[in-house]
Design a protein around this ligand. Structure first.
Ligand code: NAP
Length: 285
């Protein structure tokens, strides 16, 4: 199959590495020529250029740019695509992107691979990034079924578990498990960094181990990605943050009141509830 990747960064480059290894002919479009050259040198794409004309003969295009430029980039590239070409995206928020891109290109399938690292750019691209992880597709009643099936087949070939849901359910679900954690984790780092006693702060920085590494990881990631999640998924994220603040207030109250019975019940409940989440396979950062 001939596959085009637009936006040769962490996700686009990683898709290129794996899809190329699966035997597909992969071409890339990115805005900077140096990125295109790096993507070819890394073996993520066979050819690359800032010129969308390179996509004239591809069967499937993965749009992998930041959320904020997806509409403008799609507008530039659609005139070069054949009508039967499937356009799919990898954006972390679905409802606004699906609404916009489906209008621009009827053969569009919203998608979101639930994979990433704290790094960005083509230099951060990794083989096997999607293996063992969820890949969500968010078709609407108007999305062509054959296009959904085609993207699902490619996602499964990457080793991902494929799920389908509406764009709205996706956005509320990822607000809980992806976007809220970014805000909580970044607030944790900021609160810790503002410790006023420099000896305490210096010791905390020396003592930080796996617990702080895990809980601070997503808050210390790509700042642009965090900002875009907040802007594009504002309502669902605000709702999750507000409910989180309520939970935090309840935990604070148990400590203030030395209500160890309630705190113990809370921690026992979360110990059980955590086991209901299907985590990705443990292989990275
Ligand atoms: P990234 O590493 O910063 O890559 C984005 C790439 O897009 C950049 O390397 C940039 O390449 C290119 N680009 C920017 N503007 C462009 C334009 N106007 N035309 C063509 N290319 C352009 O970001 P990422 O982490 O891969 O994220 C990309 C998308 O994946 C986002 O929509 C994000 O929501 C989604 N996503 C991210 C993660 C994650 O954890 N990182 C996970 C799942 C989904 P140049 O060097 O050419 O400017």
């Amino acid at each position: 199959m001939r596959i085009g990747i637009v936006g040769l960064g962490l996700i686009g480059g990683s898709l290129g590495l794996d899809l190329g290894a699966l035997g597909h002919h992969v071409v890339g479009v990115s805005q900077r020529l140096t990125t295109c050259e790096q993507a070819i040198a890394r073996g993520a794409v066979a050819q690359a250029s800032p010129d969308p004309q390179l996509l004239a003969n591809v069967d499937v295009v993965f749009l992998c740019t930041p959320l904020g430029v997806m509409e403008a980039v799609a507008q530039q590239l659609c005139p070069y695509l054949r009508p039967q070409t499937i356009l799919t995206d990898v954006g972390s928020v679905k409802a606004p992107i699906v609404a916009t891109l489906s209008r621009l290109w009827p053969n569009f399938v919203g998608g979101h691979p639930m994979s990433g690292t704290a790094d960005q750019g083509i230099g951060a691209a990794l083989s096997g990034l999607f293996r063992g992880n969820a890949y969500v597709l968010t078709p609407t009643p108007l999305t062509p079924v054959a296009a959904v099936d085609q993207v699902a087949e490619l996602a499964r070939a990457l080793g991902s578990r494929v799920y389908h849901c509406t764009p709205e359910v996706h956005d509320r679900a990822v607000a809980w498990i992806s976007h809220l954690p970014v805000m909580v984790s970044s607030s944790l780092i900021a609160a810790c960094a503002q410790e006023s006693d420099s000896d305490v702060l210096a010791m905390a920085q020396k003592l930080a181990s796996s617990g702080f590494r895990d809980t601070s990881r997503v808050g210390g990631g790509n700042p642009e990605l965090g900002l875009m999640m907040a802007k594009y998924n504002r309502d669902a994220l605000l709702s999750a943050l507000t409910q989180y603040r309520d939970r935090l207030d309840r935990v604070i109250a148990t400590l203030e009141q030395q209500d160890w019975t309630s705190l113990s019940a809370h921690l026992q409940a979360t110990h059980q509830q955590r086991q209901t989440f299907e985590f990705e396979s443990p292989k990275r950062t």
